[in-house]
Design a protein around this ligand. Structure first.
Ligand code: ZN
Length: 703
């Protein structure tokens, strides 16, 4: 889980990919019919003027195309274009260069040379309030602190629908090193400039470039070069990053097959991003320092070298790479820690899906293309990872890992769809997975199953247990574990459910204690409301939240409410004063109380050990009374099962704004406390009951 800043692949890259897809479909270019382009690209960076001067000599396998259409930023000025060495007049408007190709040039490669200049000056965000929805989307900026030119931003001429290789030379002021995909050919100081050269031999869909005053750290892991491009002040992080990156590269090479690129680099960015690109990851300075970065996010990015950047995603049938990458990184690391950690991860994934993808908003995994909001994250990442977990259980351990190796071996650098994955898993497992993929990938939703009429009858020397196992309203084909705990035994039963209901007949040789379905959370399902402790995430999917200010409060509190709403990404909300709060309004909305209300009757019921009062609060015996302390908690709504009441109780305005922005990062928790803007405690209210668990009330002893 990312907490403070979002991760690469998880964010802007998807937006850009979506843009590329739109372009492809707009121009009617199928993914299969991509043209090959070899770029010899020379770039001069002039940070003092935020300027780029470019010269791109392209060799293009144009086939029978009558015209070539290039994407180049509308911030660029085209100075000259040559086709096979001859000057051409061309049309350049709306970021598009159209270059007619004469008949005599058909059927053989053409050489196009474009000279251009551009100013790239996107404002750089320093402290974005909401990272779930990247409103700040920087695509191209050239500054004295650093340079960031994102693929798709049109910083070089890109033949539409092409995959391209590059020989790239970047000239920049002395000691400014440029870094990108592919293999480094070195960085040379020439007079007052530094020239960085790169060779990108594997065709890529788009190229991103970064440049800054980096220090390079380098070592090899097998045949792979692991590099760090860090600012001098990050030098103390180098050893840990180097070891972790090399370990991940080795781990996944053993698991899936050889790493597909010549190098892996960790590149520091001068503003807070987390991106995963082919063969490198670009992390903001503050992101690099996050404690969970090395343990999870870095591994996740490296796993994308196999899934997404290695085996490509065919977006027409949805993006499978986030679910798979999450499963073989974030989840697998937990499994390697302990089964208890893995179980907790699965439960959290199921909770996220239930809370963030309510039935009215849900969509099939095959329609997920990238993370743009909490809903798409819950489907693409949480549901996606659970689908791979269920697939592993369906086909078995050996077939699962063999199929992934085969998927990588046979599909690396090829557009690959869920259908291709299905076919490879079917071959390896020798079973039809038609129904599995149909219900989990191509259909939306998740099952809701439950126990009904559970009874125990004492018999001749043992107990007979009968129960109904039912599902609804949507029907799934399921194999459910049922754990029956009796006084002297524990047995796990495999139960198949494909209709509305099935009848269970089980035996206990001693008095029955408890029957629990799917006790280890191996199946994705929609949890019953009673199984979900209220959590911050429930607010994020709120259709209409009401932020309530205490009667007579100052304007500063209203500003604070606005900051909180923005941080939570609320789309539909209103800020009202407590005195204008009609009872009907209160009972129909998700409520967020900002500060202690004058009417304490508005406060929701509190779990044991939780107390709120003016000037302080107590949680589990710990009292908070300092002006910089703050509490945020989410509770059940007294009037509606599907709504919540949250309380934001900062003891003063000191650091309250910081907390208002941070709360969103604790989405899965029921409560969170802060001191001086830093998190102190976080946790869940206890779960009340589950329709999957039956506790028997039988007396102990012989029947
Ligand atoms: Zn990812």
């Amino acid at each position: 889980m990312t907490k403070f800043l979002i991760f690469p692949c998880r964010l802007l890259k998807t937006a850009v990919t979506a843009a590329v897809i739109t372009l492809l479909s707009l121009y009617g270019i199928s993914q299969a019919a991509r043209n090959q382009v070899e770029h010899r690209l020379e770039i001069t960076l002039v940070p003092s003027e935020q300027k780029l001067i470019g010269r791109d000599l392209m060799r293009i396998e144009a086939g029978g195309l009558r015209e070539l259409s290039f994407h180049l930023s509308n911030r660029a000025r085209v100075k000259r274009i040559l086709l096979n060495g001859e000057d051409r007049a061309v049309k350049f408007s709306n970021s598009e260069i159209i270059l007619p190709v004469e008949v005599r040039e058909h059927g053989r490669p053409v050489e196009v040379e474009i000279f251009y200049e551009a100013i790239f000056n996107d404002p750089v965000p320093v402290d974005p309030a909401n990272v779930d929805n990247p409103g700040f989307g920087v695509t191209a900026t050239i500054t004295k602190q650093g340079v960031f030119l994102l693929s798709g931003a049109g910083w070089y001429p890109e033949l539409k629908g092409s995959r391209a290789t590059f020989r790239l030379a970047v000239k920049a002021p002395l000691n400014i090193l440029a870094v990108t995909a592919g293999r480094s050919l070195g960085h040379k100081a020439i007079g007052e400039t530094t020239v960085s050269e790169w060779l990108i031999e594997h065709p890529v869909e788009g190229l991103t470039l970064s440049a800054a005053a980096y220090e390079i750290h380098e070592q090899t892991a097998g045949d792979v070069i692991v590099s760090l491009y860090l600012f001098p002040e990050s030098r103390p992080l180098a050893a840990a990053y180097m070891k972790a990156a090399a370990d991940y590269v080795r781990f996944y090479s053993d698991l899936f097959g050889p790493y597909p690129f010549p190098k892996f680099a960790v590149v520091e960015n001068f503003f807070p991003t987390g991106y995963g690109f082919p063969s490198y990851t670009l992390l903001g300075s503050s992101v690099l320092r996050l404690p969970f970065l090395i343990q999870t996010s870095l591994g996740h990015e490296i796993a994308h070298s196999w899934w997404g950047n290695g085996v490509y995603v065919d977006y027409d049938l949805g993006n499978w790479s986030e679910g798979l990458t999450t499963y073989v990184s974030d989840y697998l690391y937990k499994e390697r820690e302990s089964e208890a950690e893995a179980r907790e991860y699965r439960l959290q994934a199921i909770r996220n899906y239930t809370m963030l993808a309510p039935p009215e908003a849900d969509f099939p995994l095959s329609e997920f293309t990238g993370r743009v909001d909490p809903l798409s994250k819950a489907i693409g990442y949480d549901k996606g990872a659970m689908v791979f977990h269920m697939l592993r259980r369906a086909v078995g351990e050996q077939a699962f890992w063999t199929a992934l190796r085969e998927l990588y071996r046979s599909r690396v650098f090829l557009q690959t769809s869920w259908k291709d994955i299905q076919s490879i898993f079917e071959t390896q497992s020798r079973m039809s997975l038609e129904r599995f993929f149909d219900q989990w990938v191509f259909r939306k939703g998740a099952p809701q199953f439950y126990l009904e009429n559970v009874r125990a009858f004492p018999g001749n020397g043992n107990w007979k247990i009968v129960a109904g196992l039912c599902q609804g309203p949507e029907q799934f084909n399921l194999n459910i574990d049922g754990l029956l705990e009796c006084e002297t035994s524990r047995t796990m039963h495999k139960i198949a459910l494909s209709d509305d209901c099935t009848r269970l007949n089980l035996d206990c040789s001693s008095s029955p204690g408890r029957l629990a379905l799917d006790p280890d959370f191996d199946l994705l399902r929609r949890l019953d409301p009673a199984e979900i402790p209220p959590a911050v995430n429930l607010l994020k999917s709120s259709p209409s939240a009401l932020l309530v200010l205490p009667a007579g409060s100052a304007n500063r509190l209203k500003t604070l409410a606005g900051t909180l709403a923005l941080g939570l990404g609320l789309e539909e909300y209103r800020i009202v004063s407590e005195k204008d709060l009609e009872p009907e309004l209160f009972s129909s909305r998700d409520i967020i109380l900002i500060g202690m209300p004058m009417n304490e009757g508005l406060l929701p019921g509190m779990p044991a050990g939780m107390r709120l009062e003016k000037g302080g609060f107590t949680l589990g015996g710990r009292a908070y009374q300092n002006p910089s302390d703050a509490f945020f908690g989410v509770f059940r709504h007294p009037a509606r099962e599907d709504r919540v009441v949250a309380v934001f109780h900062p003891l003063s305005m000191k650091d309250a704004g910081i907390v208002a922005r941070k709360v969103t990062h604790y989405g899965k928790y029921s409560y969170v406390t802060f001191q001086g803007g830093e998190n102190r405690e976080k946790g869940f209210w206890p779960v009340e009951s589950s329709p999957l668990i039956h506790e028997f009330a039988t007396k102990k002893g012989a029947p």
